[in-house]
Design a protein around this ligand. Sequence first.
Ligand code: NDP
Ligand code: 8X3
Length: 247
Amino acid sequence: MPTAFITGATSGIGAATVRELAGSGWHVVATGRRADRLDALAAEIGDLVHVAAFDVRDEAGFEAALAALPAPFSDIDLLVNNAGLALGTAPAQSADLEQWRTMIDTNVTALATVTHRLLPGLIARKGAIINLSSVAATYPYTGGNVYGGTKAFVHQFSLGLRSDLAGTGVRVTSIEPGMVETEFTLVRTGGDQAASDTLYGGAEPMTAEDIAATIAWVATLPPHLNINTLELMPVRQSFAGFQVARA
Ligand code: NDP
Ligand code: 8X3
């Protein structure tokens, strides 16, 4: 069975994707900063999972984790670039610059670094890359500023990879979900459970398992077929109109 390398596997979409792929017999490298979460995942799933705790922004930590991968986990067929976060909902003019930097470092720089490092092996194995973008890449909303910008990068980077990888057999997909109830809003609000419950309450949001099933579907399509971009929303979420700040 093939091997997947999943960033951000300690919660939400990443953890659900580990369960989904390992449940189908894949070998999975599950990564993230919270080692206790990863250990619990390994204990739950067993030998099909290899865990590696590192901060995705720490290139040396990432390299050390790669160097420690035993066979068959070292032969990566699928990279799921899932680690990411939004911080804050303030408009740009009152946003925290450090939060902007953290989002850019994690969602853009680290994602590009991981991809660059794993590309030679993915090309050798005619593998696949699945990147987690967002509807925030396409539809701006107040307070989305840099988060949306980072996810627009992920979208366009995915398409650029498709161009560059022409003829290699490597597939690249940008998955672009709307509301998925995970720890995402807890992280964004600094741990405000009430804010998270209010956002998702009555919205019938998508679940991490919904997105994991989509990732698994994309990853197991026939090798001649590439989903470029896949946008998903809960039925209860849709678009609002333009705003006009009248004089
Ligand atoms: P969660 O907060 O539940 O999971 C985020 C994951 O990213 C965690 O495993 C976290 O691990 C990891 N992560 C964050 N920062 C780092 C870091 N510096 N180093 C390593 N790992 C890191 O959120 P989701 O599951 O919802 O988010 C997964 C992806 O999906 C993100 O890229 C997000 O932007 C995207 N997305 C989410 C949507 C939603 O509505 N929930 C919608 C659209 C896209 P740890 O903290 O242990 O390091
Ligand atoms: C997460 C979805 O709408 O909160 O990427 O930006 S949203």
